[in-house]
Design a protein around this ligand. Structure first.
Ligand code: SF4
Ligand code: SF4
Length: 197
């Protein structure tokens, strides 16, 4: 499968994920806290390289792939995601610099449910949301007792594996996952004579 096709399939998956997430938000009222970037500043985030193919393909098409790769290599804040803008000296927006093409884990963080050992569905809300939106979280868990709402993270990762079993399965610290995706795309097009599909 070409990089373009692979990237397109991941984007399709993101589209259905976003539909489920907006349904969850609309029906329950859960939402990210304004200007919160906590989940982008933890070194514990793990991701697959495949979920960053849409980003890598976009960067390649727009001639930014090498530049972003260099920035990642030079970034000193090793605990944070290298795509995060955490300071705004020049008035730039604080947050993800590649929001439109962020990975699947970034979309799923807090907006997904899991099932406990008794089969009870619960929203996997982050600490910040649990503290700030207890009523919304309670309401979501009540709804989840009766029916499914929002995405199930494991289900989406299984779907990712149907696109590429290995690249959709192996988890790496997010910095490595992003780097691998960009490097893979650059290598692919290098051997194709840098011809953009
Ligand atoms: S998911 Fe939680 S930690 Fe991450 S930005 Fe939203 S509120 Fe903040
Ligand atoms: S890609 Fe963007 S949303 Fe995802 S962890 Fe990095 S900065 Fe945050």
């Amino acid at each position: 499968m070409s990089i373009k096709e692979k990237s397109g399939k991941v984007e399709e998956l993101f589209k259905s994920l976003e539909v489920e997430i907006s349904h969850l938000k609309k029906e329950t009222g859960v939402h990210c806290i304004e200007n919160c970037i906590y989940c982008c500043t933890t070194s514990k985030i793990m991701a697959t390289s495949l979920e960053f193919y849409p980003l890598a393909y976009h960067l390649y098409k727009t001639g930014q792939a090498e530049l972003v790769l260099e920035k990642i290599h030079n970034s000193e804040k090793l605990d944070s995601c290298p795509l995060l803008n955490s300071v705004s000296i020049d008035g730039s927006r604080i947050g993800c610099t590649q929001y439109e093409n962020r990975g699947m884990i970034c979309r799923l963080f807090t907006y997904n449910y899991s099932t406990d050992k008794h089969g009870l569905r619960k929203i996997s809300a982050c600490k910040a949301m649990k503290l700030a939106q207890p009523d919304e979280i309670r309401k979501t868990n009540e709804i989840l007792k009766e029916k499914t709402i929002g995405p199930r993270a494991s289900g989406y990762y299984s779907q990712l594996q149907t696109i590429d079993f290995i690249e959709g399965q192996n988890l790496y610290p997010i910095r490595e996952a992003i780097t691998m995706a960009i490097e893979n795309v650059l290598t692919y097009y290098h051997y194709k004579g840098n011809e953009i599909e």
